[in-house]
Design a protein around this ligand. Sequence first.
Ligand SMILES: Nc1ncnc2c1ncn2[C@@H]1O[C@H](COP(=O)(O)OP(=O)(O)OP(=O)(O)O)[C@@H](O)[C@H]1O
Ligand SMILES: [Mg+2]
Length: 355
Amino acid sequence: MEKLLEVKNLEVSFQTYGGEVQAVRGVSFHVNKGETLAIVGESGSGKSVTSQTIMRLIPMPPGKIKNGQILFNGEDLVKKTDKEMEQIRGKDIGMIFQDPMTSLNPTMKVGKQIMEVLIKHQNMSPAQAKERAIELLKLVGIPMPEKRVNQYPHEFSGGMRQRAMIAVALASNPKLLIADEPTTALDVTIQAQILELMKDLQKKMGTSIIFITHDLGVVANMADRVAVMYAGKIVEMGTVDEIFYDPRHPYTWGLLASMPSLDSDDKKELAAIPGSPPDLTNPPKGDAFAPRNPYAMRIDFEQEPPLFKISDTHYAATWLLHPDAPKVEPPEAVKKRLRKLSSNYDKPIIVKESE
Ligand SMILES: Nc1ncnc2c1ncn2[C@@H]1O[C@H](COP(=O)(O)OP(=O)(O)OP(=O)(O)O)[C@@H](O)[C@H]1O
Ligand SMILES: [Mg+2]
């Protein structure tokens, strides 16, 4: 499989009054052409900073890329000028957020916003761009696109705004789409429709997707592979099957037991991971998860674990994978949750008819 994006040893910090926040601490991963990588992890683990750094959208200062490479089609985005990045953002990489109002311009008609991309990056004439804008609105499922094209974002419902944002992101036919919790604010039915739409477009256009979500059903339904982040690092990575059926990092166990799945009614059984993430102005030595890890050994507090290889696609950074470590299993509650999730895993988990 061909790699579209390869992030190597990325480190991103923010200068604050409280000190330097080490938000991303040596992250490496890749995304193949046409595949979807889900990034999961508790709040503050560095998911958004990682994805915004790829787009070079973090504010600098206070932000700073301290180290690493972001190879996109073999070219390092870290080295690009702001002007070059602007081209890449309008053309090769698209991004959709949780709140469409942050990326849609409230003072400009929706159609005009799509047309701008087309005129600027696809060299279309205004007439061609308008025609294509209507097509795109239709493609993302907006009814009466000929009328909607002349309306402002506030005239759209939440779900429609989300669709409009996707239409803007797709206008340039990007090779990579970064979706940072794009459907969290929407109701379940609309959410399912937007996810279906994204999958459909991916199939048609071969787009690669990085999908950040807190919903396990969405992961199961959308992702090919999953990266689990904790305290600015990837602690486990694998195919969806490997992460769901054979998770190895105790943090992944806790996370899987704590993440909601909108399609299931087991919210009462969700257990947050006790304790809280470390202070990223002064990250601990050793495994950052150690203080919250019921299986922690002495070495966890002293030395950072390497990424142990479990299969060609599955890696986890925990000393429990050292050949000399005691064999431990995920807690029964985690296994129970996973069994329950996997029982509807082969069916479309979240995309179902609303009752
Ligand atoms: N502009 C900034 N200035 C200082 N610190 C920042 C800034 N932006 C992000 N951070 C810090 O970087 C860390 C990672 O934040 P990030 O937004 O990537 O988390 P996240 O995994 O996306 O969380 P969530 O699930 O809540 O969206 C956090 O500790 C956050 O406080
Ligand atoms: Mg975030």
